[in-house]
Design a binder for this molecule. Sequence first.
Ligand code: AHR
Length: 501
Amino acid sequence: MKQATLHTDRHFALAQVDPRLYGSFLEHLGRAVYEGIYQPMHPAADLLRGFRRDTLELVRGLNVPVVRYPGGNFVSGLRWEDTVGPKENRPRRAELAWGVIETNEFGLDEFMEWCRAAGTAPMMAVNLGTRGVDAARNLLEYCNFKSGTAYSDMRVRNGARAPHDIKLWCLGNEMDGPWQMGHKTAHEYGRIAAETGRVMKLLDPTIELVACGSSAWHLPWFGQWESEVLAECYDEVDYLSLHQYYGNAENDTPEFLARSAAMDRFISEVVAICDAEKAKKRSKKTMHLSFDEWNVWYHSHEQDKKLEKWVSAPHQLEDVYNFEDALLVGSMLITLLRHADRVKIACLAQLVNVIAPIMTSDTAAWKQTTYYPFAYTSRFGRGTVLQTVAQSPMYTSKDLGEVPCLDTVLVHDEAGEALTLFAVNKDLREDIGLNCDLRQFEGYAVERHVVLTHADCKAVNTEAAPDTVAPREDGVSALDGGVLTATLGSKSWNMIRLVKR
Ligand code: AHR
């Protein structure tokens, strides 16, 4: 068996985990909203609001503290006013981002109701594509102003007496992308982000703002875009965004699983750019990051090319995730945690039906493979990330060079007296024996070792067989003389939780 060692010290804290690291994303896209979270005629829907209760239960199981809404590319052509008020007056629109018809039957106020039902909070995006400062400040007035103004009174008339009090706002979406409606140069975007941010904070200084970084690391303008945008809006914004999706179209699983190292590099480079801007500006403020779109996305690319246009809620971006996707999602979560000092917000894109951990049909709602690493990490990866040094067996990735077979992170929940190790063994054939000296954690004992593994990397969960890939509590680990030893099976995601007895 290959061997690995993890070194740590309970006093060497990297950072407190911001709970918003476990955010997700709901876009008006495909069947995310319609047939996903909202389907009034469905037997599982609540009678009053049409929210699917089966979906809600699965969403609650993910413990997502924040959900980004309403897009995505969708937001860059949106008139938010279309989405509020009596449903019979709301216009149907040709939605140009995804080539569909948007009925506006579910809108802003319904989303706020849904957030309450799901136990989550909104991360709202404004349209800086086809619109700008004026529409953004009016939307903020509608949402956060108490009453006595045109837009706040409109909200009250629409049935929401109390302000929505939305604290987190995205200044547009992927404005670097030529595919984006109203796409801008870095300078144009930096200026409009600065002005929109400044005006929004005049109305509500308690809000936090996210500016758009590049839509992916491989784009030729990555780096230059970030610098130019921050040169214009560093003082007005609180976070810079990162987006990244990975795929395995070449069917090279080791290469695919190495993508967490690419994500790690992407984050480090954005941190470096932010800090360079901080230095140039002699600023006291440290820019934090919002990794507000991340996931695996490629399974549905071909089928989506055949979709009929101008229909409502088509089966769009419906990736069916397999076991190896769950391994990478687990590794990406570990990577985010390992950057918890700078990444404060992250959104798994997306939440339901559209590249999502939850799928629905007219007869059921079920968990995709990727649901599990997210649900466990979100629930138990809370507290303080400890600095660790890992000695792991390595393998060679053609894109990334030498990468570790093992991704690990250690999270200490001091108040709850728990220590949680998340680990992914990417070796497809060999187990890895891990040891970690934990003598500083006196009185702790292994409570559970959860494992997600499957003989077939391509195994999937479906409506007919929803538990094909599911976690088991049968991991092999022990704490002996204060030293943790564990067997991390070949191709496995693991959570080892120690608690104080
Ligand atoms: O999440 C799907 C799409 O991916 C989003 O609409 C867009 O922001 C990104 O390109």
